[in-house]
Design a binder for this molecule. Sequence first.
Ligand SMILES: [Zn+2]
Length: 500
Amino acid sequence: MNELVNGDGRGLLTAPSRTKGGLFVQTEALTERSSGTESGSKGVVDRPAQVLSRFHANRLLILAALSLCAVLYLFSQLYFPAYAVVVNGKNLGMVRNRADFQQAVKRVETKASQVLGCEYTLQVHPNYKFGYTFGAQYVPSSVFDGYLTQQVGEMAPLYAVIVNGAVVAASQEKDAVNQVLAQMLSTYWDENTLSASFVQRVSVRYQYVPTEKERDITAIKTILSGNTREETVYSVTSGDTVDSIIKVYHMTKSEFLSRNPGLANGALKEGQSVRILKNVPLLSVRTTKTVSHIRPISYAVQTIQNPSMYRGDQKVVTAGKNGSMQVMEEQAYINGTATSRTAVFSSKMLADPVAQIVAVGTAARPLTEPTGVFQWPAAGRITSPFGYRHIFGSVSFHSGVDIANSPGTAIKASDGGTVSFAGRKGSYGNLVIIRHGNGRETYYGHCSSILVKQGDRVYQGQMIAKMGSTGRSTGSHLHFEVRMNQVAVDPLAHLNQAAS
Ligand SMILES: [Zn+2]
C-alpha cells in the first residue's frame, strides 16, 4: 500500500509493465533500489519472478528453433531422397537415381545376350515412387541383377563343359563331369606315359548357360567322346557331283550351298576346291611316352700318311666299326597314333664306335707305274671291232680292235707297265706286249718297227712302236688287244677315250 501512495510513478509503472516489454521494467526496478526506500515484501518477491519467466520464455523459443534445426539437420543426415523401384507390383527397393535400375537392366541384357548367343531384351516396365530412405539404404545392384537374371528363364547357373571356348554341355554335377573327362584321359595312360592332355582347350566352369545345354552324365559322356563337324576344304575328284559330296559328308544341300555359293547348278571340275563339313572327334588326347631303342653310331675315318705308298693309293689299316647307343625318346601320340615329333629324353652309350684308319700314300708315283686307266694307243679309225666276225662264210673270233692309219704312225703304251715281249710272233707280225699288273696286259701287233725291248719299263703315252702291216695283215693298221688274266676283252669297254 505504501508503495502505491508514496511513489506514484512506481505504482503506475508496475501495472503496465506486465503487458509491456521487459526492458522498461528492469530500468524502473533499478531506479527504485538506488533511492534507498524500504521496499515491501510483495514488491521484492514479484519483480525477479517476472524477469525470470520472460527470460525462460525466450530461451524456450531459442531452444525450439535450435531443436527444429537439429531435427532438420538430423533428418537430412538420416533420410535421403530416393526412388522406390516397383516392377509388376513388387517393390524391389530404393535407388538414388532411376538410372541405377536401368543400368542393371542393361547389364543383365548384355549377359543374357552373351549366354544365349542372341540379342536379348528384358520385358521389364518399372514404376518409380519418390520418397526418403533411412540411412541411405539403397538397394545394392546385385539385388536387381539377381532379380532380373531370374526373369531370363532360358539360362541358369550350371557347370559348363567348355571346348575351345564353346559350351558343349552343362550339368549340375561338377564332380561327375570332371570324372568323365579324367576317364577319357586315363584310357591312354600306361606305365610309360609321361603326360596326357586334351588337344583342345577344355574346362569346366560354373557360369550362366542356356538351360537347353543341360544334359545328364551319360549324355555328356556321349557328346564328349563323339564327333563334331569341322569346316574343311575338299578337292574335287573325277566323277564327283554336289549330290555325291553332300551324301558322303552327311551335309544338307543348304549347308553345302551356304559354304559354296554359286555351285547350285554349276558343274564341278576335277581338282576344284569346295568347302565341306567333316566329322572330327570333339576331343583328341595328346599323350607323350618314353620309348627306348638302339641307335647305331657311325664310325669316324682317320687317315695316316704312308711315304712307302704311291700318291693316290690308299689302304685300310684298321676296319671301322659302328658303335651303338640306347636312346630314350619322348614320343608324342594323338589318340594313340604316333606323331613324328620326338625329343631325346636320355641316352646311354652301349658300344663306342671304332674309327677306321686308312693309310694314304705320299710317295711320288713313277711315270711307268700303271695308272689303271687305258688310253687310246694310236690315231686312226677302227676297221674291225672286237668279237666274232663272218668272212667268206666262215666265223672267226677277233681278239682285239684294228686301228688303221698310214705306215709309221706312232703307237703309244696304253698305260704304264713293263714290256714282257718285243719281237716277231706268228700272225701278229712285230708284236709288243706290256704287263700292267693285276693280270692286265696290252698287245700291239703288225708293227713296222719296235722301239722297246723286253724288260723295259714304259710310261703311259710313251711311243713304243710304229704302225705297219707285218704278220697276217692286209694293210697298215694296229691290232690292239686288252687281256685280263689271259682272256681277251673288248678294248673299247676299257678305253677312256673314243677313236677319232
Ligand atoms: Zn686284228
